[in-house]
Design a binder for this molecule. Structure first.
Ligand code: 5GP
Ligand code: ZN
Length: 112
């Protein structure tokens, strides 16, 4: 979508540090990491938030892609956290569907 930050990142218009990509999904380093490993995984298709997901394949494919990213970064055995913020109370600031893949340290619970 024109003007969407993450569409522009996935399209290569705005630079990012790519971690993994395929024809449907794109993973890149978060610009303001909250853990030793902090990667964002997004669909190339513009979907504003989880509220706008229409089918299981959109979000299921994204989750499996995030799982593969975590595996390729060596996080699988020790563990990692996948976070999907939705709208204002969820803490969403960029309105293109994304999951955070956080790892490299023990996570706290509950989140703030
Ligand atoms: P949200 O708060 O919407 O769940 O997550 C948005 C994330 O995007 C934040 O963690 C923020 O640091 C990251 N972010 C915002 N702008 C950019 C950018 O231009 N490049 C990269 N790599 N990450 C960004
Ligand atoms: Zn977008």
């Amino acid at each position: 979508m024109t003007g969407c930050l993450f569409c522009r990142i996935a399209g290569g218009e705005i630079p990012s540090t790519v971690v993994q990509q395929d024809d449907r999904f794109y993973a890149f380093r978060d610009i303001d990491p909250k853990a030793p490993v902090h990667v964002l995984a997004i669909p190339r298709e513009h979907i504003a938030s989880l509220n706008d997901v229409r089918g299981v394949d959109q979000v299921g494919g994204l989750l499996l892609f995030a799982r593969d990213v975590a595996r390729s970064l060596g996080l699988s055995e020790r563990g990692y956290r996948v976070v999907l913020n939705t709208n204002a109370d969820g803490g969403q600031t960029v309105f293109h569907l994304h999951v955070h893949v956080l790892g490299g340290r023990a996570m706290q619970w509950p989140p703030g």
